[in-house]
Design a protein around this ligand. Structure first.
Ligand code: NAP
Ligand code: MG
Length: 403
């Protein structure tokens, strides 16, 4: 069989532990036998990040900006234990944080829907994707524990020498607590643009929610910037059939619970933090959750939402059989390939990616799955596959499709 040619190289970021093992298996079994696929490879494995003083992470992020599409394996964000385990020079920052900062991107988490793995809620039939604004608000706050009576004020001092603006927060009669938070127009605008880009790309309705009835300046600022960006992108949104829906956060939560899904929910930072964990659990499994970083210009980096599955890796190192689910990692590759195909104008690459996704879903729906899913599966199955066994089963299904 002639291999399908991928025109522009994908930026590939390798990672750590069990996901690094899976990464190689996916390439060997499911990609290179079918694709002539050039990649620009960066080893983001912790040892190599340490050896390069984390330069490799910066290089990978810049290459992503140059090429437009990247696929990333899960990586360790080192804590003190990892510094000792790997003999690191220091606890390097989270690669995802570094990449997100350089690309000025927003992270979208999307569940993979499989018919025999049921969401906790019967109403959910299609993915509900969360876009979380990952800058500011309570995550960059200034806090103070008020010891006793006194006046708390908000003071803004203009850089141009103008008169400071003072607002009373509260006249304290006794002890209490205060907090100062901020956001920037630039960051909110980037977030709105990334959400609009993603909604257009996925041809999905876009929801946005705040509490602007209570926060008539802060939350209303978010609402207004979103609306401005939606107006500015109206033609492209209309062309893709993307509708914009704005509502209060509490109303949005109530609607999400009753909705069948199939939309993008843009969330302020704290709402996104809380709601993404609610949705991940509600849809069933972290191993069926993908994640994509999108920047305002449409640059995309695809990965699995889960980590490096450390516990399974140690079992693997002890020579034990593992049953690690590679679904989200496979979908990271197919997401990136489909996007690459779309940008390159190579429908055969897009179609390859969609067929491989279908093979994965049909494999699981046919009752062949890893251990994590057997606990959630209905109708129940009486056996599960190893890490390799699952990838072999996907390959068999895929070969049948391609024949
Ligand atoms: P994790 O790797 O997501 O795994 C937590 C647990 O979830 C696993 O022990 C396993 O449960 C289950 N699980 C997750 N993915 C699975 C899969 N594909 N197949 C089967 N089961 C799966 O989280 P962690 O153990 O807290 O973190 C490990 C490392 O990952 C950390 O060093 C962290 O820094 C890193 N991390 C990286 C990213 C990223 O690169 N995006 C994200 C999160 C965490 P059982 O053990 O019960 O089987
Ligand atoms: Mg959270």
């Amino acid at each position: 069989m002639e291999k399908i040619h991928v025109k522009t190289p994908l930026v590939e970021m390798d990672g750590d532990e069990m996901t690094r093992i899976i990464w190689q298996m996916i390439k060997d079994e499911l990609l290179t036998p079918y694709l002539d696929m050039p990649t620009v490879y960066f080893d983001l494995g912790l040892k190599h990040r340490d050896a390069t003083d984390d330069q490799v992470t910066f290089d990978a992020a810049r290459a992503t900006a140059d090429y437009g599409v990247a696929v990333k394996c899960a990586t360790i964000t080192p804590n003190q234990d990892r510094v000792v385990e790997y003999g690191l020079k220091k606890a390097w920052p989270s690669p995802n944080g570094t990449i997100r900062g350089i690309l000025d991107g927003t992270v979208f988490r999307a569940p993979i829907i499989v018919r025999n793995i049921h969401p906790m809620l019967r109403t959910w039939r299609k993915p509900i994707i969360i876009g979380r604004h990952a800058y500011g608000d309570v995550y960059r706050n200034q806090e103070y524990k008020v010891p006793g009576p006194g006046k708390a004020e908000l003071v803004f001092t203009p850089a141009d020498g103008g008169e400071p603006v003072r607002l009373t927060i509260h006249d304290f009669q006794g002890p209490g607590v205060i907090q100062g938070i901020h956001n920037t127009e630039k960051s909110i605008r980037s977030f709105a643009r990334a959400c609009i880009q993603f909604a257009i790309n996925q041809k999905m309705p876009l929801w946005f929610s705040t509490k602007d009835t209570i926060s008539k300046t802060y939350h209303a600022f978010f609402r207004d910037i979103f609306q401005e960006e939606v107006n500015a992108h109206k033609a492209a949104m209309d062309a893709a059939g993307v509708e914009y829906f704005y509502t209060l956060i509490d109303d949005a939560v109530a609607r999400v619970i009753r909705h069948e899904g199939g939309f993008l929910w843009a969330c302020m930072n704290y709402d996104g933090d809380v709601m993404s964990d609610m949705l991940a659990t509600g849809f069933g499994s972290l191993a069926l959750m993908t994640s994509v970083l999108v920047n305002p210009a449409g640059i995309m980096e695809f990965e699995a939402a889960h980590g490096t599955v450390q516990r399974h890796y140690y079992a693997h190192l002890r020579g034990e059989k593992t049953s690690t689910n590679s679904t989200a990692s496979i979908f990271a590759w197919t997401g990136a390939l489909a996007r690459r195909g779309e940008l390159d104008g190579t429908p055969e690459v897009e179609s390859f990616a969609r067929k491989l996704e279908a093979a994965v879903i049909e494999t699981i729906e046919g009752g062949e799955m890893t251990k994590d899913l057997t606990l959630l599966c209905d109708p129940p199955v009486d056996h599960y596959l190893t890490t390799e066994g699952f990838i072999h089963a996907v390959r068999a299904k895929f070969d049948a499709k391609m024949a």
